[in-house]
Design a protein around this ligand. Structure first.
Ligand code: PHB
Length: 364
């Protein structure tokens, strides 16, 4: 590369020093063991990717009630904490940094996935279109139970406990998942939130649950070790908002005073719809580091960082297939192609068996 790379330059993200601005995006891979406990296979997977400036783990349930999919890890049992401890240790041994993404699925679940076959919960009793992925195959989503204020408090407390568990497991920080149609996002966007109490209506009200969850997380973590992920116009999981620009400009403004490590924004739509939101506005509304994500190539990411459109960039698809993505970016090596058939579930195939660059290629 003729000009020094901005993408490969170090940055301090809140309290956390990153060796480069290449972030491994959170990726659901459905390969946790019995009891939703991270296992040795997962240790190898994350350790292989430790040259990223920051790894954000796959979404991880804060409680058994937060589950929505098979074989996704949690951060609520002692066995899970022990499993994650091996992962954080392995990543740290290779000089990497790792945050855990805290997750509660809400209506994107199914009674068969939940304790006592309970009804999934949400902001309002609005059934999403589509089907849940369950241990018994695909099953239609059900109408969720709209949380009452006392039930919201219980989940806020689960964020507090999960955040403290994450500290015990040795993470460098946590990312609160408020994107992609899961519970906190179900409150943020008005397509799924039609409440008339002080958790619905204005953006201030719709973001109240997120702010309360964050306050609970700050009982263990300095806000400078905490990130938040949002996805203003991602239609995935049957999500919509009547004015995503205004909603998420204001969410970004409201988060500005927190002193977060970063705001992580999934720009556009995972389903490939055209972008209507101006992400520059959201970035300008946020007084902190902006992490851009969704379909970035090395070239686009380099441009975004050098133009100050992003401070760091998270790569998902590319990280599935290229454990040594940073080394490939720095040498201009070719990238491996991800295999869709092995994204979700299975064993080491399509998970830890993507090749590293040849040594000679790395030196050349
Ligand atoms: C998925 O399982 O496809 C999934 C999970 C969490 C996300 C996005 C997608 O945030």
């Amino acid at each position: 590369m003729s000009k020094a790379s901005s993408l490969l330059s170090p940055i301090k993200l809140g309290a956390v020093n990153l060796k480069n601005r290449v972030v491994m995006a959170p990726l659901t891979r459905n390969r946790a063991g019995e009891g939703n406990v991270p296992q040795d296979l997962n240790v190898e997977y994350y350790q292989q990717r430790a040259s990223a400036g920051l790894i954000i783990t796959e979404a991880s349930q804060i409680s058994p009630e937060g589950v929505g999919y098979p074989a996704t890890p949690g951060i609520h049992s002692s066995e899970q904490i022990e499993g994650w401890r091996k992962i954080t240790q392995a990543v740290h041994d290779k000089g990497g940094k790792i945050f855990i993404q805290l997750w509660f699925c809400g209506r994107i679940s199914h009674p068969s996935m939940l304790p006592d076959n309970q009804t999934p919960v949400s902001a309002s009793a609005i059934k999403p279109t589509g089907e849940a992925i369950t241990y018994e195959g695909m099953q239609e989503y059900v109408e969720p139970h709209a949380l009452d204020v006392d039930e919201i408090k219980v989940i806020v407390d689960q964020y507090r406990v999960a955040a403290s568990n994450a500290k015990a497991a040795g993470f460098d920080g946590v990312e609160v998942h408020a994107a992609n149609g899961y519970l906190l996002d179900q409150f943020l966007r008005d397509g799924s939130n039609q409440r008339t109490d002080n958790y619905g209506g204005s953006v201030e009200n719709r973001s109240r649950f997120l702010m309360q969850a964050l306050d609970a997380v700050y009982e263990t973590w300095d806000p400078a070790q905490v990130g938040v992920r949002v996805s203003p116009e991602n239609g995935f999981n049957d999500m919509k908002d009547s004015d995503p620009q205004n909603t998420f400009n204001e969410v970004a403004e409201r988060l500005s005073s927190h002193g977060l490590a970063y705001l992580h924004v999934l720009e556009g739509d995972m389903l490939g719809e055209v972008k209507k939101v101006d992400y520059g506005q959201i970035k300008n509304c946020f007084n902190g580091n902006y992490m851009a994500n969704c379909g970035y190539t090395q070239q686009r990411a380099e441009l975004a960082v050098s133009n100050n459109d992003a401070d760091v960039v998270a790569f998902g698809l590319l990280y599935i297939a290229n454990p040594d993505l940073v080394e490939r970016f720095s040498t201009g090596a070719e990238l491996n192609t991800p295999d869709k058939a092995t994204f979700y579930g299975g064993d080491s195939h399509g998970y830890t068996d993507y090749g590293f660059m040849e040594r000679e290629e790395a030196i050349a």
